[in-house]
Design a protein around this ligand. Structure first.
Ligand code: PGA
Length: 243
């Protein structure tokens, strides 16, 4: 399978800046072939980025969605709307949603079910906090997050892309070592009945992507900060296992 490199822009880039970033990225990655490249801009940029990447090698993803298809949910976005503007993917359960916005395992499970029903490919994030790792609870936390997320949909897990994102590595510059990432990837894989794609996320940068991607267990990267600059994201997309 082709490795996946996904750029989560978080709450950055208004529509004009988004278009400029995509145009520059397209120039810098014209020669890239064997990678799946996913852009995950904020909601307000999805339509314009969607138009720019239509018929290109870039795919479109959203950062979140509601579990209902429509209704009285002020401020929320339906997965159907995401599909209508060209999204194939949706991030579910990002640590900022879990720990800053108070999203629960139950909400994440409902979102996953809806995403699968309507034909969006979920990118499900899981990861432990620093104090949980220090207390030796990494596997217990990951196990709970994955188990609860997959409640009643265990048989569809192979349709989900998993992303191991240790909270202590997100936006901190502290990347997990390859060994730390591989250990957790193997643990997640052990919980699944069929093979699934597992990405690593947390301070992935041009300087460390080659080392991480050398590991067979790491099938791609979910990139935050370094996806906001076209040069650094293009370099990450063009990672090499030969260096
Ligand atoms: P980061 O974010 O690359 O800025 O650490 C990763 C993420 O939150 O997906």
């Amino acid at each position: 399978m082709e490795p996946i490199i996904a750029g989560n822009w978080k709450m950055n880039k208004e529509p004009g800046e988004s278009r400029a970033l995509v145009q520059k990225l397209m120039e810098l990655t014209g020669d890239v072939k064997d990678r799946i490249m996913i852009l995950i801009p904020p909601f307000t940029s999805l339509a314009s980025v969607g138009e720019l990447v239509r018929n290109s090698r870039f795919k479109l993803g959203a950062q979140n969605m509601h579990w209902e298809r429509s209704g009285a949910y002020t401020g929320e976005i339906s997965g159907l709307f995401l599909k209508a503007v060209g999204c194939d993917y949706v991030v579910i359960g990002h640590s900022e949603r879990r720990h800053v916005m108070g999203e629960t395992d139950e909400m994440i499970n409902k979102k996953l079910k809806t995403a699968l029903e309507i034909g969006l490919i979920p990118i499900l994030c899981a990861g432990e906090k620093e104090e949980e790792r220090e207390a030796g609870k990494t596997e217990a936390v990951i196990e709970r997050q994955i188990k609860e997320a997959l409640k009643d949909i265990e048989n569809e897990a192979h349709k989900i892309i998993f992303a191991y994102e240790p909270v202590w590595a997100i936006g901190t510059g502290k990347t997990a070592t390859s060994q730390q990432a591989v250990e957790v990837h193997k643990f997640i894989r052990g919980m699944l009945k069929k093979p699934s794609t597992i990405l690593y996320g947390g301070s992935v940068k041009p300087e460390n992507v080659d080392t991480l991607m050398k590991e067979e267990e790491i099938q791609g990267a979910l990139v935050g900060g370094a996806s906001l600059k076209p040069e650094s994201f293009a370099r990450i997309i063009k990672f090499t296992k030969d260096s």
